[in-house]
Ligand binder design. Structure first.
Ligand code: HSE
Length: 341
């Protein structure tokens, strides 16, 4: 399986590190031996080699310029932009991991369309195109016979999309509610431990939890994008950000958190999706509520269903290896689909 990476930030490096470190196991246990053939970044250059790029050299380059990747036989670097690479060169799968834009979903949607037109499957951690206009992209992919997988857009590698769309398919999901943003949960946890808001946010950025522009996290927009993703994935409903009630955590002060603590309660940013709509809002929960016990960058999601009652999944919601793993899990799912069909 030849992979083309669009974006090579925290998540892309997480994926490459996993592919590098788990090479033998992936091959022996799953018959999976992928090659990274292309990498495109917004400002650090491009690489393509149909024979496969060196994963260890990519990791050495890291956040640096791709110009530091040494010349090798078959290597090309002269591309005008990501579109040029996607349209002009071959790969089996486009791994779209460029920074999320929740308003316009661009340029990722354009990348998706080009991948579909050139018959590349898509695996993504980019919330933009999955939250905005996704049903149309899915239809285009279906018509072209390519798959789109997006486990990494919700709760990193903790199964969430798979649970709702596959494991619980047919159970009659009525509502999905929980904590779906790691950055804000981390900040709220750290503030309760006495850290200032700015310091907690800075730490969340250093740990790779926050979006490129963390405003999306703290204003509740990242959680709102996930509500749209859930509405589409679990209820087949296309909605837009404007239709949701969204409040983030910027209005919560250290004094509010201390007051809640004194009363035996805890602030959590709660996201909710149903067939009729969705919302994101900070709530003061009693410590007896299981969601109040979910701390740091951990996420939790409860599926309320007709046949199974409540089913809750708790696990990592952000992070380099956690999101890198989500992409790997989709790549393996794709590998199983392609090799068995
Ligand atoms: N910024 C996101 C979060 C990353 O903090 O949850 C995972 O989608």
């Amino acid at each position: 399986m030849k992979l083309m990476l669009i974006g090579f930030g925290v998540v892309g490096q997480g994926l490459v590190e996993i592919l590098h470190d788990k090479k033998e196991t992936l091959e022996a246990q799953h018959g999976f031996s992928p090659q990274v053939v292309g990498v495109a970044t917004g400002s650090r250059g491009f690489l393509y080699n149909a024979k496969g790029l060196s994963l260890s050299t990519l990791l050495d380059v890291g956040r640096g310029s791709l110009a530091d990747y040494p010349d090798e036989e078959g290597l090309e670097r002269d591309f005008s932009d990501a579109s040029d690479l996607i349209q002009g060169r071959g790969a089996d799968v486009l791994v779209e991991i460029s920074p999320t834009n929740i308003d316009t979903a661009m340029p990722a949607t354009k990348h998706f369309q080009m991948a579909i037109a050139t018959k590349k499957h898509i695996v993504t951690a980019n919330k933009g195109p999955v939250a905005v206009g996704f049903s149309q992209l899915m239809q285009q992919a279906k018509d072209a016979g390519v798959h789109i997988r997006y486990e990494a857009t919700l709760m990193a590698g903790t199964p969430a999309i798979n649970i709702g769309t596959e494991a619980l398919a047919g159970s009659g999901i009525k509502a999905v509610r929980g904590i779906v943003n790691g950055t804000t949960n981390y900040i709220l946890t750290q503030m309760e431990a006495g850290l200032a808001y700015e310091d907690a946010l800075k730490k969340a950025q250093e740990l790779g939890y926050a979006e490129t522009d963390p405003t999306a996290d703290v204003e509740g927009l990242d959680a709102a994008a996930k509500v749209l993703i859930m509405m589409g994935a679990f209820f087949g409903k296309d909605a837009s950000l404007k239709e949701l009630d969204v409040t983030g955590i910027t209005g919560i002060s250290a004094a509010d958190i201390a007051e809640a603590k004194e009363a035996g309660e805890r602030y959590k940013l709660i996201a909710e999706a149903t067939v009729t709509g969705g919302r994101v809002m900070p709530m003061r929960l009693p410590l007896s509520d299981p969601l109040a016990q979910v701390s740091s960058a951990t996420n939790a999601l409860t599926f309320s269903t007709e046949l199974m009652g409540d089913v809750t999944v708790i696990g990592a919601g952000a992070g380099q290896k956690e999101t890198g793993f989500a992409l790997l899990s989709d790549l393996l799912a794709l590998h199983r689909t392609i090799t068995t069909r």
